[in-house]
Design a protein around this ligand. Sequence first.
Ligand SMILES: [Zn+2]
Length: 210
Amino acid sequence: MNSSAAVNPLESFINSFNIDLSASYPTQDADLIRQLPFIPGLKEILMLRQVHGLEHATVWILSESLGARWVDNHLLGGLSTEQGFYLYGQVNKTDLHRAVAHALQRLKNGESDLAVHPRCGTNLSVELLLTFGLAVGAHLLLPRTPIEQILGLGMAATAAANLAPELGMLAQRYITTGIPFNLEIVDITVKPDSWGRTAHFVRVRWSDRN
Ligand SMILES: [Zn+2]
């Protein structure tokens, strides 16, 4: 769960192509929306990425009250939507408001590691996809005898379990989260989510003033 700035092997592989996928600048998403207005739902997708980054950073900052940086408080969790995010766990509204404001500021000031979280659902999705892909690959490539097939399945599961955490973190950094350059906090209320679980909801809105 180390989310420090250390560059992992996959990231150095990507960097070897001189593609800086993480380079984000304040007007990046607003520019994209202006350049690609014909793509339906683009603004909602970009907003969801930004909310997702803000959700992770808020969980990290609330967890910092445990006394150290990068300590994960497993009693806290979040769920992002295009309007804002649910924050699950015992937290006081004033502390939450302060944490969201800090998260917003610190992400904008360059602490992009705060946008990535080891307990994110992205990691699980990546692991499931990878296990499925490798298992199908092993099934097709290996002889169809029971022993080889079982061994292949075991190897696929082991390889997926080893690769998934780093790939999941990369998928978060480059695909499922963004730096919330365009978000403003509207309010924080207590309301049930779509499964009826009560949580704080941090409502945000899009802003082009960044
Ligand atoms: Zn997440």
